[in-house]
Design a protein around this ligand. Sequence first.
Ligand code: PDD
Length: 293
Amino acid sequence: MLPQIPGKSYPNEVCLNGEWMKPEEAQISVFDRGFMLGDALYEVIPFYDGKVFALEEHLDRLKYSLSQIRFDFEVKKLVPFILQAVERSSYAEEDAAVYLQLSRGTAPRTHFFPQSSEPNFLVYSFPVKLKDFEQRSWRLLLAEDIRWHRCDIKTTSYLANTMLNDESHRLGLDETLLFRDGKITEGSHSTAFFVKDNVIYTHPEGPEILSGITRKIVIDLCRELSLDIREESYRLEDFENLDEVFLTGTTTQVMMITDIFFEGSKIFSRPEAGPVTQKLQKAFKEKTRNCQA
Ligand code: PDD
């Protein structure tokens, strides 16, 4: 019997290297480089009412990550399995997400990338509550960003992210907001946006953050709505008189933030979603619910 976590479940089936099977039947070598070295990439792709959303953008980001780690792989070959993952599930017309992981594969352990290894890819779907996100809110812990300097690569090597997320989890909070050199980078698994004096700020793309797909969608929505969006990092010293904070991500969508804690004190509080967050939540909802497969 596999270990269980309340509220979480294992999928009934997974696709390993193009074949569907029960999770307990899926096996890869102990010499898989993803297992040994974290030499692996991943994506989480959302499905609204059973329809895939922003698939091209997720594949393009995977291509980018592959190019950064000098890993040759034709991402197009993953598409049928991504679509099958939801089609084959019992929630094919509901909200869901697909987890996709790609490791460089099996080879004797080396610190350099092997010339030849057989990549391993894993695909499965899981149900996710995407509806009514605007009625939920999160409380955050602020902590120093201890991650590496290539956060733009969507690697499964998330030990630093999970160490940071676990700090907020242990305090009964929802996510950890990160800062480096006095500036907010992002969340442990989300992108951060700040609103002050009707200007919206989010960290520019680059090695300090993951280029969130939802980040890009929300920036485009800001422009469509003629909101003043600036891709500039938000400074800790500007937390005073901060008006609104929201986080974005594939399953996070556009999440209002009610409280931020730092070193035992509350440094931000806003019990209800502010006008900018509300506007963007509404626009985001319209965009995702009207998507075409
Ligand atoms: N996390 N920043 C980090 C560090 C992330 O891990 C994520 C996504 C994001 C938001 O990216 P996107 O909008 O493309 O989902 C930003 C995924 C969903 C996860 O780890 O499950």
